[in-house]
Write a protein that binds this ligand. Structure first.
Ligand SMILES: [Zn+2]
Length: 73
């Protein structure tokens, strides 16, 4: 018997844009959306703000860790 550790991603409430068309399942993360009015990438219809619980994404921008200035050796 082995124990498999299941990694459960944390779900966080994320702002999204959702297509107003009920038959269209398109949505886009707010952070990836353009500013202003959103048009559905699939049906080109209007979109509205919504929330969705999504697994946390790792930061797109890698922050370079500050290296402590080492003294001359
Ligand atoms: Zn749509």
């Amino acid at each position: 018997m082995s124990i498999i550790e299941e990694e459960k991603p944390k779900l966080i409430a994320t702002k999204i844009w959702k297509c107003k068309n009920a038959e269209c399942k398109a949505w886009v993360r707010d952070e990836f959306a353009n500013e202003g009015e959103q048009a559905c990438p699939i049906c080109k219809g209007p979109m509205h703000r919504s929330m969705r619980h999504l697994p946390a994404v790792q930061n797109k921008i890698k922050k370079a860790p500050k290296k402590p200035k080492s003294e001359w050796e």
